[in-house]
Design a protein around this ligand. Sequence first.
Ligand SMILES: Nc1ncnc2c1ncn2[C@@H]1O[C@H](COP(=O)(O)OP(=O)(O)OP(=O)(O)O)[C@@H](O)[C@H]1O
Ligand SMILES: [Mg+2]
Length: 255
Amino acid sequence: MNATVPDIVLEAKQLTKRYGALVACDQVSLSLRSGEIHALIGPNGAGKSTLIHLLSGSVAADSGRLSLKGHDVTRSGLHQRVAAGLSRSYQITNIFKQLTVFENLLLAVQASSGSSFSFWHPRSQDKALSEAAERLAQDCAISPESWRAAAGTLPHGEQRKLEFALALASKPSVLLLDEPMAGMGPDETLKLTELIASMRGRTTMLLVEHDMQAVFRLADRLSVLVYGRIIATGTPEEIRNHAGVREAYLGEEHA
Ligand SMILES: Nc1ncnc2c1ncn2[C@@H]1O[C@H](COP(=O)(O)OP(=O)(O)OP(=O)(O)O)[C@@H](O)[C@H]1O
Ligand SMILES: [Mg+2]
């Protein structure tokens, strides 16, 4: 491979989604480079969540194409895309609140290892799974004191961390994050920002986020979506200085 050409993991070409007369995503083309944290920003209602749905496969595009690691996945459903390495963090809803934190991690690791639920299985498999769950907890700074607590009793920020860990369990090639900091206080936001930063390079991430401090701290590149269209893609520096972006979204205060 030519070293000067970045490795593209996910490539969307002219994805369009209409809701009646409204074009929520209007011929959106976007490429994610291997290992990058790519932020997707834009005003409320711009179509960011819709684009995440189109990429994850939870909503079908009206037109356009999507390829993952060079394979066309345009017609693949959500589960096929997950199996192919495209994962999405589903807010708190993918946490089993009655189960402990560790049980949640264990289930996620087990699901992604392809091993099935069964009463009879070798003890070595148990050990490998719990070690993988422990590693995941450590990687995501989930403190051992909370491992035995019911997941639903954790503070909001800790549940978000757990949700992030669950999404990482399948070692996805691409992780889609839609407003992971939503509803968090400044301390929790900072912790999750550090955690996402610590995963840089391990997986490619597309991050939708309104917290501009977190965005500019994390993003290697940004794309700006306004009225369903990408008006700019570039480095944080390029986006900060982009006249059209400042006018449409960032405003002078972020410049
Ligand atoms: N299922 C739906 N049916 C009809 N209209 C929808 C649907 N989902 C989204 N929309 C509309 O599409 C547009 C884009 O919505 P979307 O949720 O993608 O925006 P967003 O950029 O994620 O906004 P926010 O920053 O507020 O989360 C909005 O006008 C929204 O009302
Ligand atoms: Mg949204």
